[in-house]
Design a protein around this ligand. Structure first.
Ligand SMILES: CC(C)(COP(=O)(O)OP(=O)(O)OC[C@H]1O[C@@H](n2cnc3c(N)ncnc32)[C@H](O)[C@@H]1OP(=O)(O)O)[C@@H](O)C(=O)NCCC(=O)NCCS
Length: 141
């Protein structure tokens, strides 16, 4: 699994990911990525690289519908966490808001919780994971 920097939506090969990327806003520190596995674009990732010691903001994570439920989202999250460690971030922050109708906020909160993220703020509006050195093992991945 690799993250490929995609600075313009037209650089996606996947029409689905191109559509998602075009909906995703971009501020100064935002970088858009295609997650590529076995030469297939399987997910879209938008990260806000606030300078450390601030957090890395996982702004959007979207796995193509046909590829869901196969561990891809989990693997992309691990790659993001590895990237964060390489760039000396100690915290990843995100807002668990569903990007389509197949997921609810509650399901997303559970999905991220299982992967080591904790709620912060009122009504779990945000979630964060404190990073320590080395990869976080997830059984079976
Ligand atoms: C949320 C998302 C990133 C997860 O990626 P994924 O590749 O589908 O997930 P994985 O295969 O790694 O994880 C599988 C787990 O998710 C669960 N899952 C998969 N689809 C689900 C669904 N529609 N509803 C609830 N749980 C679901 C599986 O039961 C499995 O649970 P387990 O870990 O207890 O076994 C992806 O489905 C997605 O892009 N969703 C829509 C976009 C979105 O709303 N993104 C959130 C931005 S914060």
């Amino acid at each position: 699994m690799d993250l490929r920097d995609v600075t313009l939506p037209k650089k996606f090969r996947s029409v689905e990911l191109q559509g998602i990327a075009s909906r995703c806003g971009r501020a100064g520190p935002t970088v858009h990525f295609a997650a590529v596995e076995n030469d297939f674009e399987v997910a879209f990732v938008a990260l806000d690289f606030f300078p450390p010691p601030q957090h890395l903001f996982l702004y959007w994570l979207y796995v193509c519908v046909d590829y869901r439920g196969q561990g891809i989202g989990s693997r992309v999250l691990q790659v993001i966490e590895d990237l964060a460690r390489q760039q000396n971030y100690s915290v990843i922050y995100l807002r668990p808001h569903p990007l389509d109708q197949l997921w609810s906020k509650e399901l997303l909160v559970e999905w991220y919780r299982k992967r080591g993220y904790e709620c912060v703020g009122k009504d779990c509006d945000g979630m964060e994971k404190r990073l320590v050195g080395g990869r976080t093992p997830i059984a079976g991945i």
